[in-house]
Design a protein around this ligand. Structure first.
Ligand SMILES: [Zn+2]
Length: 186
């Protein structure tokens, strides 16, 4: 999937989770942390994709190829359960080291995890599939037949998947609008 779809999928899943299973309230620092963690989580699995924006600025002409050889192509560790647990753990270590006074680290980690999870789910319906159980080198895709899956950046993603995700996200906020008020410590 392309970045725009991943961003929206991350927002949809994190919003759905927090609005449905909401904690009693959230302070502003944690809310901001959840927002940032959602977007970064939604795109960070593509750090192993040399075509992703993260790799756009090459320091040397051979860097792209060297990175590709090193990471053994797209969709690897960062597109697996092992990878997203590892990244979430590292984020927790970082935030606990920095020690921001009001930040609820566990909730920010949860948003980061869900953001990454949404990325893996979205990529699972694409032709390439996702190595969920890496290092077991087995890419899983839904539906099981490749010709039935979605092409990244194709018309199905742009004209069907994205609008459906957008409608779902709007519905989540609309149907939980009374929760949003009590959610924030205003
Ligand atoms: Zn991806």
């Amino acid at each position: 999937m392309i970045q725009r779809t991943h961003d929206l999928a991350a927002v949809a899943l994190v919003s759905y989770y927090f609005l449905t299973y909401s904690p009693p309230s959230l302070n502003w620092e944690t809310l901001l942390g959840i927002g940032v963690a959602t977007f970064i989580g939604g795109i960070i699995p593509d750090i192993d994709n040399v075509a992703s924006p993260a790799w756009k600025h090459k320091l040397t002409p051979w860097e792209g190829k060297a990175s590709r050889d090193f990471l053994d192509g797209h969709r690897h560790l960062s597109h697996s359960l092992l990878g997203i647990f590892l990244f979430t753990w590292v984020l927790g270590l970082l935030l606990n080291t920095i020690k921001l006074p009001h930040l609820e680290v566990g909730l920010v980690q949860l948003a980061f995890f869900l953001g990454q999870l949404s990325h893996l789910i979205a990529d699972t319906v694409t032709i390439e599939g996702v190595p969920w159980f890496y290092p077991i080198p087995f890419k899983i895709g839904i539906p099981p037949f490749k010709f039935m899956r979605i092409r990244t950046g194709g018309w199905v993603e742009k004209l069907i998947v994205f609008p459906l995700l957008l409608a779902f996200t709007i519905w989540i906020y609309y149907s939980h609008h009374e929760v949003i008020g009590k959610f924030l410590k205003i």
